[in-house]
Write a protein that binds this ligand. Structure first.
Ligand code: ADP
Length: 630
């Protein structure tokens, strides 16, 4: 017998199971059944594809046995089983990134944490929600020795040699007194039907054994009279995705979602599709109502299971669907793939790429339908997954247009979001330019950017995109149908000779003030110039795209180089039509001009979401200006 300590994360998880999770304990059974089902899936594939497993008997079934007297509940499977090394690696440590991510997300606030757990597959350790001692007896397929793993969930576990007939795993829970409900036949059956009705293997239970024990005259419990085992199958064991849509109710889909996504909240929607033709396959995709916890981690766990003619192949292949749809949960099943397909082959397999391409189109078109038919639902989807979807704009060029049409945009002319299809109906039909502004800041702030004043003055609408991902993807999105995307800062709205002459004239008029500003601001700006494109703001900043340091910084960013990019000196644009500037031009108070130059530059920086260099100086200049005005 050997004693082992649990990894720290496992201990944390166990503490949580034991002390905080009261609300939805029944899911422990879903988790154990799903582990048993996975173990049989694994063996099934090996028996079919690996010569080493040829002689092994594959007789998949899960048995649930209760011993009322001993107060134990046992869940057994005839799957792949585990040897001693597997036991240490699988039931003593947490290897999966999702689980680690989950542990990192714990706040210590038990109430919040137990809500988090709903989003997350709790796995084997969920047994400790209802048991104060758990025993796992297991024998790996193709090996001689069996082992027993025992723990009371108190920091350590033991592994000893054991006896077991066939391969597979048997998990016995010594139920806590308060969890005696899980010794009742009807309760177990209803939990199985709720969560595990459509796992592809039969689950048996001896219902007779569950008849309440008879009591004698003194009220003492006597053994149940029936000891004869009458196993009955208590689940349908028909892979849900193989059943025709018309025979399935919403509840069936929702229950199945719970079992494959380990998520107790209802999915937002699902898409069930059977394709017939050159390649035949079935897909069932779910959109969760909340983003999976590891969605923004590089090592996120993919949510799609691949089956070949109902034989489970993998649930750990990120290539099954594109990364920008990584929030999907579900199943792809096709009889047209070779069973012994390896992962490398899978990726280059033409059948697989057909299925994948068609599935992506199907999902995108279903989302488009949802956008039209059920805006409220779509908004809920978009709030959770809109930003992930945008990643497709650069990773899936073939579907760029479809993805663009799924996006929701804020604009300057409306408080409601709009789709691109609607937006282009108001775009100038001659120029065919879609103007946009990006910036990672509050929406209102970005909407008030001085860059947008000239558009507002002319009534031209602009897309306002304030998420970080927008600043990354939008420069790469150059067109939509016959329309060009143009950054608002670069747009030329009025290129008439007249306008140019007007600007030159004003530049002359402001030569003196521009000189003073440049002298005062020195190296903090590359240039001071007059602009006729501002209406309300006195000043604005502009980046000169021809500036060598700007080009250098862009290049470094594109090549993914970190480190010190050269500082880019902006152009300070002044608005000659603004009272502040026209008055400054006339004043002889040189100190006032100096203070104003600095305050105006800082103000322009603040508007662009930048920090100002010296807050104390900004305030004292501001105060001097105010006292002069009083
Ligand atoms: P998950 O199932 O999400 O990977 P668990 O904590 O439930 O996480 O289980 C950890 C690992 O233990 C599994 O990945 C699997 O390798 C192993 N395991 C659990 N239950 C069984 C079982 N019934 N048969 C074989 N292996 C199992």
């Amino acid at each position: 017998m050997a004693k082992h300590e649990f990894q720290t994360e496992v201990n944390q998880l166990l503490q949580l199971m034991i002390h905080s999770l009261y609300s939805n304990k029944e899911i422990f059974l879903r988790e154990l059944v799903s582990n048993g089902s996975d173990a049989m899936d694994k063996l099934n594939m090996l028996v079919l594809t690996d010569d080493a497993y040829k002689g092994i008997e594959f007789n998949p079934r899960i048995d649930i046995v209760v011993d009322k007297e001993a107060k134990t509940l046992t869940v057994s499977d005839t799957g792949i089983g585990m040897n001693d090394e597997d036991l240490v690696a699988n039931l003593g440590t947490i290897a999966k990134s999702g689980t680690k991510a989950f542990m990192e997300n714990l706040s210590g606030d038990q109430k919040k944490d137990s809500q988090l757990i709903g989003q997350f597959g709790v796995g084997f350790y969920a047994a400790f929600m209802v048991a104060d001692k758990v025993e796992v007896t297991t024998k790996k397929a193709g090996e001689e020795k069996a082992y027993k793993w025992i723990s009371a969930g108190d920091g350590s576990y033991e592994i000893e040699d054991a006896e077991k007939k066939g391969h597979g795993t048997s998990i016995t829970m010594h139920l806590k007194d308060e969890d005696a409900e899980f010794l009742e036949a009807r309760r177990i059956e209803s939990i199985i039907q709720k969560y595990s009705n459509h796992i592809p293997f039969p689950i048996f239970m001896d219902k007779e054994n569950f008849i309440p024990a008879e009591t004698d005259d003194e009220g003492n419990e006597t053994k149940p009279s029936s000891t004869e085992i009458k196993n009955e199958q208590i689940n349908k064991a028909s892979a849900l995705w193989t059943i025709s849509k018309s025979e399935l109710k919403d509840e069936d889909y929702i229950d199945f979602y719970s079992s494959i996504a380990h998520d107790s909240s209802e999915p937002l929607t699902w898409m069930h599709n059977k394709a017939e033709g050159a390649v035949e396959y079935t897909t069932l995709f779910y959109v969760p109502s909340k983003a999976p916890m590891d969605m923004y981690r590089v090592d996120y766990a993919p949510g799609i299971k691949l089956y070949i003619n109902r034989v489970f192949i993998t649930d750990d292949d990120k290539e099954l669907m594109p990364t920008y749809l990584r929030f999907l949960r579900g199943v792809i099943d096709s009889a047209d793939l070779p069973l012994n397909v390896s992962r490398e082959i899978l990726q280059s397999n033409p059948v697989m790429s057909k299925i994948r391409n068609a599935s992506v189109k199907k999902v995108l078109s279903e989302l488009a339908k949802m956008m039209k038919k059920d805006k409220e639902k779509y908004n809920a989807f978009y709030a959770e997954f809109g930003n992930v979807l945008k990643e497709g704009l650069y990773s899936d060029m073939g579907n760029k247009e479809r993805i663009l049409e799924l996006l929701q945009f804020n604009t300057i002319n409306s408080d409601e979001t709009t789709s691109l299809v609607d937006f282009v109906s108001s775009v100038d039909e001659e120029k065919k330019e879609i103007y946009y502004i990006t910036g990672k800041m509050a929406l209102n702030m970005l909407k008030n950017s001085p860059t947008l004043e000239r558009f507002k003055a002319k009534g031209i609408d602009v897309l306002v995109m304030n998420e970080e991902i927008d600043t990354i993807v939008m420069p790469m999105v150059t067109e939509y149908k016959e329309y060009k995307f143009v950054n608002a800062a670069d747009a030329v709205l009025d290129d008439s000779e007249e306008a140019k002459e007007k600007e030159e004239e004003l530049s002359k008029e402001y030569e003196g003030l521009i000189g003073e500003f440049k002298k005062t601001l020195g190296e903090s700006v590359s240039k001071v110039e007059v602009t006729t494109e501002l209406t309300d703001s006195p000043v604005a900043l502009k980046i000169d795209k021809e500036d060598p340091s700007y080009m250098m910084a862009q290049m470094m960013q594109q090549m993914g180089q970190m480190g010190e990019a050269p500082a880019i000196k902006p152009i300070l644009q002044i608005n000659p039509n603004h009272e502040i500037l026209s008055k400054l031009k006339e004043t002889s108070d040189i100190n006032l001009v100096e203070d104003a130059a600095h305050v105006l530059l800082d103000q322009a920086k603040l508007f662009d979401g930048m920090e100002i260099d010296d807050t104390a100086e900004f305030v004292s200049r501001m105060n001097r200006i105010m006292s002069k005005a009083l």
